[in-house]
Design a protein around this ligand. Structure first.
Ligand code: HEC
Length: 118
């Protein structure tokens, strides 16, 4: 085998190795690892600082029986002032656990009427 053929063969091997590494890095298997250990952890860390009753930046999403598909669609795409949460922020599995978790929480208490005496 002359040296130019050997060089081409080596280049091909390196290219294949690099390609395999890239495939491994972005494979769905890798993405399936849960970002969070529970729905509660994901909600507390990602959504709670806007959506918890005591914060009230986003309307309460707790205990309203919101369908999982609705919560997931909004989390993935964002909605007006709410940012989107791509898979690099929260994986599918954790997001699914989160949708189950928020529906186990009690609904927000009704708002106090304005001007009411404390
Ligand atoms: C930076 C603050 C912020 C964070 C963090 C946030 N949201 Fe929101 N969210 C909002 C705001 C503001 C709205 C209302 C948007 C509108 O209606 O214009 C909203 C709306 C929603 C709605 C629609 C509620 C309804 O009744 O219409 C859902 C569902 C929702 N968010 C889910 C989530 C989930 C799940 C997460 C965490 C992955 C999350 N949000 C994180 C601010 C936030």
């Amino acid at each position: 085998m002359d040296s130019s053929v050997a060089r081409i063969a080596l280049k091909r091997t390196l290219f294949a190795a690099a390609a395999l590494t890239l495939v491994a890095m972005f494979s769905p298997l890798h993405a399936q690892e849960s970002t969070y250990s529970s729905g509660k952890e994901a909600y507390d860390k990602l959504c709670g600082y806007c959506h918890k009753h005591e914060v009230g930046v986003g309307r309460s999403i707790q205990g309203r029986g919101l369908p999982a598909a609705f919560i997931i669609a909004i989390a993935r795409n964002g909605l007006n002032a709410m940012p989107a949460f791509p898979e690099s922020h929260i994986d599918d599995k954790s997001l699914e656990l989160l949708t189950e978790y928020v529906n186990t929480l009690p609904a927000a208490p009704p708002p106090k009427p304005k001007g009411a005496t404390p």
